[in-house]
Write a protein that binds this ligand. Sequence first.
Ligand SMILES: Cc1ncc(C[n+]2csc(CCOP(=O)(O)OP(=O)(O)O)c2C)c(N)n1
Ligand SMILES: [Mg+2]
Length: 283
Amino acid sequence: MNSTAYVKHETAWCPGCGNFSILDTLKSTLEKMGLDPHDVLLVGGIGQAAKTPQYLNTNTFCGLHGRALPPAVAAKIVNPGLTVIINTGDGDSYGEGGNHFLHNIRRNVDVAHFVHDNQVYGLTKGQASPTTMEGMATGAQPEGSMNSPFNPVLLALAAGAGFVARSFSGRPEHLQAMMERAIRYKGYALVDILQNCVSFNKLNTFAWYNSRVQEIDVSHDPTDLMAAMRLAMTFGDQIPIGVLYEQEGPDYHARHSLLQTGHKLVGRGNDPAMVERLMRRMV
Ligand SMILES: Cc1ncc(C[n+]2csc(CCOP(=O)(O)OP(=O)(O)O)c2C)c(N)n1
Ligand SMILES: [Mg+2]
């Protein structure tokens, strides 16, 4: 593979944004894994995080806000040879896309989902997201967010996700290891990436995360769901980062006999005469 294959494009992010490190780490992970750009599909929704696919020259699709997962899993289902990676924000995937998040965990299509969790709506200038801490004030809610946040990694574990990890944009080596394991995992894999937003989140700053994140001890058994849940619930003075949970199980393709027997849309011949016959039958 040509190591300069993943050329980056100029971004529209603020100087100091955690997205730069996530983009660089994604690029180096894909290169380290030797994945050719034509075998990779990056999917985003809408938001600053969701622009990530637009900044690397591979196959990309940016859909609607909250709706990155449906086209991503559809592409993987019909083209199992693709490595499908989703880059979205906390608002995109935990807010407006909350239902797609929950139900695609159940579907377990083999995709890697990287949520850039800056605990705020960045693109739209600072409204509270589902992970915004209670009381956090921004220009959009000067009296502070009045809702309780939810815990995305705990939610993913409760919904049955087979791979759940947490990382931080300020620890690129750690992040690269998490990205690689998530891409290699056969099934839906979530990496919740804590990320600073210099413009709209003045509470959860780089220093705030940096002084709290701690790599999970090697003694942790990632197949132990209850231990994973305890680590997931630790989010305060200490924030454990690493693979919380990893358990093998049948993915979407393995559960569907038709897909197992090699049926796929990609590569299938195209028969315009058959389409015409079908159309005639409908009129
Ligand atoms: C259907 C729809 N609803 C709302 C919006 C407005 N909108 C665009 S991005 C966004 C929030 C982005 O927040 P997040 O996903 O956390 O990404 P960030 O910008 O923080 O990276 C919202 C509400 C939209 N474009 N489309
Ligand atoms: Mg956000």
